[in-house]
Design a protein around this ligand. Structure first.
Ligand code: C2E
Ligand code: MG
Ligand code: MG
Length: 627
């Protein structure tokens, strides 16, 4: 027997183990699997060495010793193949974010093989000790077990190949390749103890690719980094393990960095990391980025006490080479239930909340991540509903009448879009219009609303219901699309509706100075559409600006109307008169009582709109309304 490979192998294993134990490591499955591989492989080397030596010199030893050490060798050899497989699966699971449903069947080869080893002293199927060591008919069980798990692992890698990084795929495939080569070499060269060398090669591949502590440590002190934070939360999420998180962020971090310089801030960050790791050794401490930190612990962690402790420390200065630095922090707290949401959403929300609270709030303020997550989940639900409604053309359009002050009858209507959630409840437009603008859906939304309105005009007798036109709201983002004048005209043509039947509303706040907006408004106006300036008084337009656009109507913002009804200052009547002199008609929004209607009519408004007359109602209801 040639033992020359053993000694350097064992030394390498001890070095890796030293690194593993003397540097911080996260409590995640990957790490536990790796530790198991290390221990099993040290055991394997030891027992293979001893068993081989005993087998060679059997005459000098008690046969019981041969049986014990050969049995141990078989157990550790089988366990080594199995643990390499478990590690491969841990990497796959942590990338796929869900455990594979077949997971509980993974030990189907390992456990029966171990059982065979344990009953071998009776059956002698694997080996027999009688005047030395003699292999039995099933002595090749270690090869079968190894081959099975290499095949299972390889199948797993190809199943998840899309979720893995190229580096991850190569490393895992290399691991399987090395294990395969090791087993072939062992079969071909039984006199050399070579398998251990291959196992060590595998361990080095794993360590360099997945476990090097530097992958998970922040470069400032012994706190973990962002990657580690994600890995830990992934693990908690997958295992449905409750936890608590206290996030805290240095207020106005970037400004501080500019004022005090990077070097001094880095020193302070290192001290904060040190404070966290030393003061809370039982928690996992993270430096995420841009001056934000997190402490993660079990669901028994007392968040209030923890926050007080951090707050107390930040009440004092951080002493750096260039002087003392006083920093203030704000907090984001997260409780157990939060892990119901996917960890990447949790991490993103935490980062956004920390960023927000550290910029806008008072020092020491705190907010709950549960609320933020709830908000984000609601937004995601709304987005889903919106996308579905747009795809299936299921948006609804409600109509609210505009009353003519001279006749007291309705003369027009405003079209207001409505979205229903899965339960059939209405979602307010201010919750989804902004979202539609940001997600690039607003053009489609606007076209669908216009189509509904045109269809309503085509299918019903407008004269009979006293409607001369319908107001349709436009978002400034719709103007970004160059062909809005032609698409709008095409929609009207499709339904045979005249342009004069549609008045377009744009809000005062969207009247930002940009030439395309003006160009498009003029283009639409030339095509025959009329324009209303919506929510006047909520923005900053002055009369000169208003005059540069082809408006025919001004809608006074609801809040301005409400304020005027409470406190009659002379500004609004003067404004209304000014507009009238410019030949613009005036609509007052938000009329909720008869008294308000009288007041607004009294100062010269031409049209009134508000709950006093009617709330926005479905089109079918609008048709039979008696006003
Ligand atoms: P807006 O264009 O100023 O519409 C008037 C809003 O005031 C409507 O809210 C209406 O329901 C509400 N309102 C009417 N009378 C009263 C009243 O007497 N009291 C009170 N408190 N409120 C009253 P809604 O339907 O929630 O719409 C909100 C905003 O969403 C609209 O404000 C408009 O800017 C936008 N929006 C609605 N539909 C569309 C659309 O199809 N396209 C675009 N781009 N925006 C739309
Ligand atoms: Mg409007
Ligand atoms: Mg309005």
């Amino acid at each position: 027997m040639n033992y020359s490979f053993i000694v350097p192998g064992v030394l390498v294993l001890f070095i890796i183990m030293g690194y593993y134990f003397f540097r911080p490591r996260l409590q995640i499955r990957l790490n536990r699997a790796f530790l198991a591989i290390l221990i099993i492989n040290i055991g394997l080397q030891l027992f293979e060495c001893v068993a081989s030596r005993l087998n060679e010199t059997w005459q000098n030893h008690d046969p019981a010793l041969l049986i014990i050490f050969n049995t141990l060798f078989y157990i550790f050899c089988l366990s080594s193949s199995y643990m390499f497989f478990v590690f491969t699966i841990s990497v796959l699971d942590s990338n796929a974010l869900v455990s594979h449903p077949l997971r509980k069947y993974y030990p189907v080869v390992y456990f029966p093989s171990i059982a065979l080893v344990l009953i071998n002293p009776v059956t002698h199927w694997l080996f027999r000790v009688e005047d030395g060591y003699h292999p039995g008919p099933l002595s090749g069980i270690t090869y079968i077990c190894a081959a099975c798990y290499i095949v299972f692992g390889t199948i797993g890698i190809f199943r998840h190949i899309r979720q893995l990084s190229a580096h991850g795929v190569i490393s895992l495939l290399a691991l399987q390749g090395i294990l395969l080569a090791g087993n072939i070499a062992r079969a071909l060269l039984p006199q050399y103890i070579v398998i251990d060398t291959f196992c060590i090669m595998g361990i080095i591949v794993i360590f360099m690719s997945f476990l090097n502590p530097d992958l998970y440590l922040s470069d400032r002190g012994y706190a973990y980094n962002f990657t580690a934070f994600r890995a830990l939360l992934d693990e908690y999420h997958r295992r449905h393990k409750p936890c608590r998180i206290l996030g805290f962020a240095i207020q106005n971090y970037n400004e501080h960095r500019e004022i005090f310089g990077g070097k001094q801030m880095d020193e302070a960050l290192t001290q904060i990391n040190k404070f966290m790791t030393e003061s809370f050794p039982y928690l996992s401490a993270f430096y995420l980025r841009n001056g934000s930190f997190a402490l993660v612990g079990s669901n028994y962690m007392d968040l209030t006490a923890l926050r007080d402790r951090v707050r107390e420390r930040f009440g004092r200065s951080w002493i750096t080479g260039a002087g003392d630095l006083r920093l203030s922090v704000s907090f984001v707290e997260a409780d157990t239930e939060i892990l119901d949401c996917p960890s990447d959403r949790l991490v993103n929300t935490l980062m956004i909340s920390q960023d927000e609270i550290s910029r806008v709030s008072e020092p020491d303020a705190s907010c709950s991540l549960t609320d933020s997550i709830g908000e984000i989940n609601r937004k995601l639900d709304i987005r889903r509903c919106l996308e579905k409604a747009l795809d299936q053309d299921k948006l609804e359009v409600f109509l609210q009448p505009l009353m003519d002050c001279s006749t007291g009858k309705r003369v027009a209507a405003e079209a207001l879009v409505r979205l229903r959630d899965e339960n059939g409840d209405l979602i307010r437009p201010d919750l989804f219009i902004g979202m539609a603008e940001q997600e690039g859906h607003i053009v489609r939304l606007g076209e669908q609303v216009l189509s509904h309105v045109c269809q309503f005009i085509r299918d019903n007798d407008m004269e009979k219901i006293g409607i001369k036109w319908i107001n349709v709201n436009l978002s400034p983002v719709q103007f970004m699309s160059r062909d809005i004048p032609s698409t709008f005209s095409e929609i009207l043509q499709e339904y045979g509706v005249d342009e004069s039947m549609i008045h377009l509303e744009i809000t005062e706040q969207s009247m930002i100075d940009f030439s395309l907006l003006r160009e498009q408004i003029i283009g639409l106006h030339d095509n025959g559409f009329e324009f209303s300036l919506d929510d006047y008084g909520s923005g900053y337009s002055n009369l000169t600006r208003v005059r540069q656009y082809p408006f025919t109507n001004i809608k006074i913002d609801m809040e301005v109307v409400h304020n005027y009804c409470q406190d009659r200052d002379p500004l609004l009547p003067a404004l209304v008169q000014g507009f009238k002199e410019m030949n613009l008609s005036i609509t007052a929004e938000g009329i909720e009582t008869r008294e308000m209607a009288e007041i607004l009519k009294g100062i010269g408004c031409d049209y009134l709109q508000g709950y006093y007359f009617s709330r926005p109602v479905p089109m079918s209801e609008f048709l039979v309304m008696d006003i």
